[in-house]
Design a protein around this ligand. Structure first.
Ligand code: ITT
Length: 196
C-alpha cells in the first residue's frame, strides 16, 4: 500500500476537505481534519492572511504540518463583494445565493471570480509556502445544479455554459480556484518536503 504523508487541512468545511483529497489523489499526500477545538478568529484583511491564521491555529492544536485555504467569490460590479465575507454574507448558503442574485439583479456586468489563497505552515506555525488560485467566470441569472457547495449553483466558469453545480465534481476539480492553488502547493510539498 502507498505510504502517504498526512497534513492537517485547517477547515471546518467538510466539502473543502473532500475536494482537496480528490484533487490530491495520487500525490502521496492525505489531508486530515484538524483536532477538535479548531475555531480560528478569521480577522485578517486578505484571503492570504486568513489562510495563515487558520493554518497556524491548526498547527498549534495538532503539532503537525498544516495547510489552510481561505476562499471567496468576488463580483466585479459589486466592488469585489462578497469577497472576504463570502461565508458570512447571509446566514445560510441559500440566503447567500438569494442575496447575491438580488444585489446583481439588473446589472449588465456579471463578471466574477473565485479566489483561493493557501498557506502551508510547519508544526511550529512558521510559513513554508503560500499560493493563490483564481477561477474566472460570470454570475448566472438563476441558480442551477446541486453539486459542489456555496455559490457553485450561480457561477458559470469562462468557457462553459453551465454552473459549477451542474458539472461533475471531477470537472470542477480540474478548473477550480482551489485546484489551481492546491496543485501548486502539492508541487512545493513534493519538492521541498517529500523528496527532500
Ligand atoms: P473554513 O473557514 O472553516 O475553511 P468556510 O466555508 O468558512 O470554511 P471560507 O472562510 O474560506 O471557508 O469561506 C469561503 C466561502 O466562500 C464558502 O463558505 C463559500 O460560500 C464560498 N466558496 C469558497 N470556495 C467555494 C467553492 O469552491 N464553491 C462555492 N463557493 C465557494
Amino acid at each position: 500500500m502507498e505510504n502517504k504523508i498526512q497534513i492537517v487541512f485547517a477547515t471546518g468545511n467538510k466539502h473543502k476537505v473532500k475536494e482537496i483529497n480528490e484533487i490530491a489523489q495520487g500525490s502521496g499526500i492525505e489531508f486530515i481534519l484538524p483536532p477538535e477545538g479548531f475555531d480560528p478568529d478569521e480577522n485578517g484583511k486578505t484571503f492570504a492572511e486568513n489562510s495563515y491564521i487558520k493554518a497556524k491555529e491548526a498547527s498549534k492544536l495538532s503539532h503537525n504540518l498544516s495547510l489552510a485555504d481561505d476562499s471567496g467569490l468576488c463580483v466585479e460590479a459589486l466592488n469585489g463583494e462578497p469577497g472576504l465575507y463570502s461565508a458570512r454574507y447571509a446566514p445560510t448558503a441559500q440566503e447567500r445565493i438569494d442575496k447575491l442574485l438580488k444585489n446583481i439583479n439588473d446589472l449588465a456586468n456579471r463578471k466574477a471570480k473565485f479566489v483561493c489563497a493557501m498557506t502551508l505552515v510547519d508544526k511550529d506555525g512558521n510559513i513554508l509556502n503560500q499560493e493563490i488560485g483564481e477561477c474566472h467566470g460570470n454570475i448566472a441569472t438563476k441558480q442551477a445544479g446541486t453539486n459542489g457547495f456555496g455559490y457553485d449553483p450561480i457561477f458559470i466558469p469562462d468557457g462553459y455554459e453551465i454552473t459549477i453545480a451542474e458539472m461533475p465534481e471531477s470537472l470542477k476539480n480540474t478548473i477550480s480556484h482551489r485546484s489551481i492553488a492546491l496543485n501548486k502547493m502539492i508541487k512545493y510539498i513534493k519538492e521541498f518536503i517529500i523528496d527532500r
